[in-house]
Structures are given as C-alpha cells and as structure tokens.
Write a protein that binds this ligand. Structure first.
Ligand code: CFM
Length: 548
C-alpha cells in the first residue's frame, strides 16, 4: 500500500496527543501510539492497565464473559450474581439477536436474571441467595443449563460460585449448572472475561453431546455474535454454499449446538480476540484445525468462502461457492457503483473492541475510503502485529490472573482432520491455518495505530485529522457528533445491520453514504471553530475539556 500524502505528519500528531500528559503518563501512552509501517510492523503496547484517571473506552471482565461470549446463546439461563446495576447495563444493549426454530423453543435472552445483591449479602455472604436464585430459575424454566457470573463484590467477599453451582447441578441432575469467576477486576479489560468464558464453555459444554452430526462439510463459526443479525446473513450464505454449521460461538446458538461442536471438521474464526483460545483448545483436544476468516465486506466474504472450500478440497463445493459468489456479487456491485463516487477519497477512524477496528477497514476500502487511524480497546499485540509475536509477549501479573487450561488430546475423540502435510499444503496456498496476521499489515504506511485510545486523545485526533466519519461506541457517539463528525457505532450498529456478508455490505454502504454525505454536519461548529468566542489571547479551544 502506498503512502497517503494528505495525512498530517504522524510523528507531530503523536507528540501532540501526549504533550499535555504528565511525563510518566506521556511515556507510557507513547508506547501505545504507533506510526504504522506494514513492511516492518512496529511493536504496539497493548493489553496493559489503563492509567488511572484517563477516560478509557474499555469495559470489564464480567462484560466480556457474560455479555460477549455467553450472552448470545438463547437457552442458557445466565444469572448474574451481584448488585442489580451490573445486570441492568448488560441487559439487551448489545443487540445480539437470536431466532428460535419454533415458538415453543426456549429463549431467555430478553430476561434479566440477577441475585440483586444487597448490603446484607455483601456483609454476611451471598451464597444462600445465589442458591435460592438458581432454584427459582430451575423451577420456573427447567432450562438445560444455568450459568452463574461473578461480579466484583462476589470476589471481594469470597462467595464460592463454583461450589454453589456444583451443589445445585448434583441436586437437579438434569440441568448443567456452572459458574464463572469473571469479576470485573479480573483483568485489564473485557478481554480477560473472554478467556475465562472460553475456558468455562470448553470445560462445561463442548464435548457433552457425542451424537454424530450430519453433513458433508461441517464447520463451526467462532467469534460471531449475531449483532444486528450478522450471523443470520452468514447462515444464509453457508446454507446456499452447502456448508453445514454445527455451532456458532455464540451468535444465534443453543446449548445443544455448543455441546456438539466437537463433531465439526473445521473451526473458522472471525473475531480472533474473543475466541482464539477455543480454537486452540479444540484443535489440541479433538484435532479440529482453525482458520481465520472474515465475513465483513463483500470481497472478504467471497475470499473466506473460497478459503473454506479450499480447506475441504472438494471440487463440487468449490463450484458451488463460485456459483454463490457469482450470484451475490452483481447485486453488491450495482449498489457500490452508484455510491462509490460520493464516498471515494473520504477518511475514517475506527476505535472499537478487539476485532472490528480491523475488519471494518475492508468495508471502507470497498467504499474507496482511507482509514487514517485505528485501534482496539482491549486487543493484544497479536491482533495488531499478527500471531507470530505470541512467543515474544511478556506475561505480566494481570495475565497470570487468568487460568490457562491444560488441554490434552482426548483419548477417544482426538481425530486430526488433516495431516500435518495437508495443513502445510493449505498454508502454502495462502490459507491462514491456525494463524492471524493482524491489523497493521493491512493499514497504510504512516497511518496511526492507537491502543486503548483515551477520550482526550479521541478529541485531539478529530481536531487534527477532521475525519469524515468516526467509528466507536455509545460512550463516544454524542461527544464526537457535537464536534461535527458523524459517529457510526460499530458495537451495536446504532439501529442498523446486518453488516456481514453480501447483503450486509450493501446495508453498510448505504448507511455510510447517508452519514458522510449528510449536509447537517457542516452546520455544526466544532469547539475549535469557535475561536471568536475567546478574547483574542487564547488560540481557541483545543480538546474540549482542557481548561485554558
Ligand atoms: Fe470480538 Fe465482538 Fe469485537 Fe468483542 Fe465487544 Fe462486540 Fe466489539 Mo462491542 S467479541 S472483540 S468484546 S467482535 S461487544 S461483538 S462490538 S467491543 S470489536
């Protein structure tokens, strides 16, 4: 990729971002603000604690475990052991959708289950209340599974959610009750919660149902959570291509699907950050290789389908995949051809989560737009620099907090789906088997990569680059829009979606076209444009909360 010359000098930008910080903070932040070079791929400081006092975009470990990984499975009763606020803010806000097969099927996603911990429970212990809540949920719903999620006070007072779960599981006999030590403070961000959730799902769910699955080309879709209906679109494409989805982890999934997932012959991973542990563990225990894919973007979707067909190596499947692409692409092209002249040359910034800041760059590329700066909230170095850096990542005290499961090949079920030689041959064909090359190799030289962007830095970036669109979440949305820049929520998609696959790409093109070409943004004066309000001595407002 060539150098985009209209960028401001990124080293000057970097200096400006850290200039107002105290020396120690500036030193720390500068390691997370990197000028990209896709040829060299510089090191990014990531997955470290946020400096106290800095307004971060991050969430907590409980959010990553309960909300992200377990939340989208519709027939698990997810009980939050903690004060009600932890449940309220995790209730239906992520827009993860689900579709039952019949009206009689269980769907607990719209419910909010909480032990509503009170001061008395914090002082005298909450296990009794937890067991009562589990009993009540069981009596009311008779679910297949009940999962318990620990919030911060649970860890502080030492309630044993695992013992309580075990006791109730044994008591019921027909309901799989298990707990997660995913207290908010377990790690530096929600990323810790992903790991804890992966461990729990692997230990307590995957492999419980050995019923042989049917289908010629069986796969699991990992790291797809059906936000705004994304998984529905991927399911549509898989079905059309003749691929059998055994389980998704975990968008639009059920307990049964997750328990039977080890019967698939391939795991494809979309969001590497939240679920790569599962891919590795399933490979070790069952011999199922994993492969990085992305269904964000029409081109990426076509590429991912071809990769899957190549993996299975079946000529008929390859032909069917080509037929699907040939049928879907013209519809996409008709729309993009009309929109492209209006979006080409515009700029975007993406600061979101642990994978979308990468994947959505493909959609912007399809729109002829340039990503001038991007970063994740909570990803690790491998999500930026590629998995090759894994052996060089320092394990600090915060990472040691999270259990690494010791996984061994299953004595009966381990069955390598491909030989080493076959895997090597696939890698030679360009398939990222058990690999991920990260965000930076795809970004333009001299674009800016910022990990765990602070609120102050986001305002500074907007002030300097004046991007045509900023992608982040609800916490940033209205602050950014008051600066005259439209903000697309890439967590919840605002009210839109799906954005995956072919139909999703079209939805995205249309939404972005409407946003970047809406004249309303020009009517808003950003704080730095209101210099006349100052008395002539000041050079005008900078990032808006910095007092002059
Ligand atoms: Fe993966 Fe996600 Fe993301 Fe994520 Fe998330 Fe999300 Fe996200 Mo919000 S699992 S890392 S923890 S793709 S909830 S569906 S949008 S921050 S970029």
């Amino acid at each position: 990729m060539g150098t985009n010359t209209h960028f401001p000098d990124p080293s000057v930008v970097r200096e400006e971002l850290i200039q107002k910080y105290p020396a120690k903070v500036a030193k720390k932040r500068s390691k997370s603000i990197i000028i990209n070079d896709p040829q060299i791929i510089p090191e990014v400081q990531a997955n470290v604690r946020t400096v106290p006092g800095i307004i971060t975009q991050r969430g907590c470990s409980y959010a990553g475990c309960k909300g992200v990984v377990l939340g989208p499975t519709r027939d698990i009763v997810n009980i939050v052991h903690g004060p009600i606020g932890c449940s309220f803010y995790a209730w239906m806000t992520r827009r993860n959708q689900t579709r039952t097969e019949s009206l009689m099927d269980a769907n607990y996603i719209p419910y909010c289950f909480s032990t509503d911990m009170q001061e008395e429970n914090v002082v005298f212990g909450g296990e009794k209340k937890l067991k009562q809540a589990i009993q009540e949920a069981y009596d009311l719903f008779h679910p297949k599974s009940i999962a318990i999620f620990s919030t911060c006070p649970v860890g502080l007072i030492g309630d044993d959610v695992h013992a309580a779960s075990k006791e109730m599981r044994e008591k019921f006999g027909d309901c799989n009750v298990f707990g997660f030590s995913c207290e908010g403070y377990r790690g530096v961000s929600q990323s810790a919660g992903h790991h804890i959730a992966n461990n729990g799902v692997f230990k307590h769910m995957v492999g419980r149902d050995n019923t042989p699955s049917e289908g010629k080309f069986k796969l699991n879709l990992l790291g797809e959570y059906n936000i705004g209906g994304d998984a529905f679109e991927i399911e549509r494409i898989f079905e059309k291509a003749g691929l059998t989805l055994i389980s998704s982890f975990s968008g639009n999934s059920t307990v049964k699907q997750l328990e039977n997932a080890h019967t698939a012959d391939l795991n494809v991973i979309q969001c590497h950050r939240s679920i790569n542990y599962m891919g590795d563990m399933m490979e070790t225990k069952y011999g199922i290789p994993w492969m990085k894919v992305s269904f964000v973007g029409a081109e990426s979707s076509a590429k991912s389908l071809r990769k899957i067909a190549e993996y299975f190596g079946d000529e008929e499947l390859k032909a069917r995949v080509e037929a699907v692409i040939a049928e879907e692409m013209p519809k996409v092209k008709a729309i993009i051809d009309e929109i492209l002249p209006r979006t080409t040359g515009k700029t975007a910034m993406l600061f979101v989560g642990g994978s979308r800041a990468h994947h959505y760059q493909d959609l912007f590329t399809e729109l002829g737009m340039t990503t001038v700066a991007a970063g994740y909230e909570f990803a690790h170095r491998d999500d930026y620099e590629g998995r090759d850096v894994l052996p060089n990542i320092k394990i600090d005290a915060d990472s040691k907090n999270i259990e690494e499961l010791k996984v061994l090949p299953d004595p009966e079920l381990y069955n390598p789906r491909k030989t080493d030689a076959e895997l090597e041959a696939l890698k030679e064909k360009g398939l990222e088997i058990n690999g991920y090359s990260g965000m930076m190799q795809q970004m333009t030289k001299k674009s800016l990569v910022v990990d765990d962007l602070s609120h102050y830095e986001s305002e500074k970036l907007i002030e300097i680059y004046k991007p045509d669109i900023f992608c982040a979440g609800i916490k940033e949305k209205y602050v950014v829009q008051k600066m005259g820049v439209p903000l697309k929520q890439l967590h919840s998609y605002d009210y839109g979606g799906p954005y995956t696959g072919f139909e999703g790409a079209v939805n995205f093109y249309k939404d972005i076209d409407r946003m970047v070409n809406n004249p309303v943004w020009k009517l808003i004066k950003a704080p730095w444009q209101k210099t006349e309000a100052t008395n002539g001595k000041n050079k005008g407002l900078e990032a808006s909360y910095v007092t002059q």
